[in-house]
Design a binder for this molecule. Structure first.
Ligand SMILES: Cc1cc2nc3c(=O)[nH]c(=O)nc-3n(C[C@H](O)[C@H](O)[C@H](O)COP(=O)(O)OP(=O)(O)OC[C@H]3O[C@@H](n4cnc5c(N)ncnc54)[C@H](O)[C@@H]3O)c2cc1C
Length: 362
């Protein structure tokens, strides 16, 4: 039984059901319309060298898995999640030396490149940048389509029961063990319960007296529509990025705001994101902003997700706290959860993600 129908809950359900388990998923709102819809879909952390090895281990595994996952989902559902491998350019980093040292230590193809070479690739790039680093092959996934494909795959799956608009308010306990959920539709029982409720996961754990350090971090994003090919790669400078979709849509993000569960888009962020967009790609000054939204990232210490069983409450499992990287981390995170729940050999060392020792008391 799973709580949460974002990419993490949906993909966990898909992998568990595909291994033969019967799965019930409870989503309080519409499936896949929160952070997993709102995100940019870069299949890499923005600055991968600034994260601990535990994040690199999951992101590296997922990067190799995404094209195959997208092909399988497209075949089952007819919805293509559009994994678009374009490469990523960073401009004027303060910590290029750390980036290069990281790339050597983990065997990633990341190298300096001259601005003249970048301009050959991206004619629309703004002036004023002095240095660039390039990582070829970095992809972005069209995340609204990814979650839609997962939604359809689950609705058709014979082992899955999907309960949309059915919020979970508490856990059912028996002799100190979690054995079900209190939902808007009544009490439901199961051997195992997985919390994949994104930024809201901490609220649910608090009902058990546990403090899970997962907090909402608001991110705003804007969308342009250009000719396909206008931007052939992801570009990133001063913490802001532009992501090209295959059809010419360009996403520009994002803000990082600690304002609780409010996800109202603001005029201030719109102006700031437009200024960043026009600095990166001056021609966007003449383009129309066709979308502006916000989502709530599930912020966690060091961005390391919680994956595994909660020792204080047998039967309670977590897959949450993916912060800025839930789209790239989801495949590995959900596969690892499945490994642990089914007693399989884990794809990566599970120790850094284990809830044991990382939860406090309310
Ligand atoms: C602006 C922005 C840009 C981003 N860019 C990227 C990027 O480029 N690459 C990347 O990898 N990541 C990115 N992210 C991060 C990524 O989107 C998240 O880490 C990821 O979507 C988290 O997935 P999730 O399934 O845990 O959470 P969510 O998608 O938020 O899903 C959680 C679900 O749980 C449901 N829920 C909560 N409480 C309950 C309850 N009590 N009962 C029932 N259901 C409940 C919610 O309604 C929600 O649908 C970005 C995020 C934002 C906001």
């Amino acid at each position: 039984m799973l709580v949460g129908g974002g990419v993490v809950g949906l993909l966990s359900a898909f992998l568990l059901a595909s291994s033969g388990l019967r799965v019930s998923l409870f989503e309080g709102r519409a499936l896949g319309k929160e952070a997993s819809w709102a995100g940019g879909g870069i299949v890499s952390p923005l600055y991968p060298w600034r994260y601990p090895g535990a994040v690199t281990a999951l992101s590296s595994w997922s990067q190799g898995y995404y094209p195959g996952l997208a092909a399988v989902l497209n075949e089952i559902t007819g919805v293509d999640p559009e994994v678009h491998a374009t490469g990523l350019y960073w401009f004027d980093l303060d910590d290029s030396a750390a980036a290069l040292a990281w790339s050597v230590s983990v065997g990633k193809d990341l190298a300096p490149i001259t601005l003249a070479e970048v301009r050959n690739q991206i004619a629309a790039l703004g002036n004023g940048y002095k240095r660039a680093l390039h990582m070829p092959g970095v992809a972005n996934v069209r995340n609204p389509r990814l979650v839609e494909a997962l939604r359809r795959a689950l609705l058709e799956h014979p082992h899955v029961e999907v309960n949309e608009f059915c919020p979970v308010s508490a856990f059912v306990l028996e002799h100190g063990k979690v054995c079900g959920l209190e939902t808007a539709g009544g009490e439901v029982r199961a051997d195992k319960v997985v919390v994949a409720a994104g930024a809201w996961s901490g609220e649910l754990l608090a009902t058990l007296g546990l403090r899970l350090p997962v907090e909402p971090v608001k991110g705003q994003m804007i969308l342009y529509k250009c000719e396909p090919g206008f931007l052939p790669a992801i570009v990133l400078a001063k913490g802001r990025y532009a992501i090209p979709r295959k059809d010419g849509h360009i996403l520009v993000g994002s803000t990082l705001e600690h304002v609780g569960f409010d996800k109202t888009p603001t005029e201030e962020a719109l102006a700031s994101l437009k200024a960043s967009a026009e600095e990166l790609l001056p021609a966007l000054a003449d383009a129309e902003v066709v979308g502006h939204w916000a989502g709530l990232r599930p912020g966690s210490p060091d961005g390391i997700p919680f994956i595994g069983e909660v020792p204080q409450f047998p039967g309670l499992w977590l897959n949450c706290g993916h912060y800025r990287n839930g789209l790239v981390l989801a495949p590995a995170s959900c596969e690892l959860l499945k490994n642990l729940m089914l007693g399989e050999a884990p794809i990566v060392d599970p120790a850094p993600y284990a809830p044991a020792g990382r939860l406090g008391l309310v």
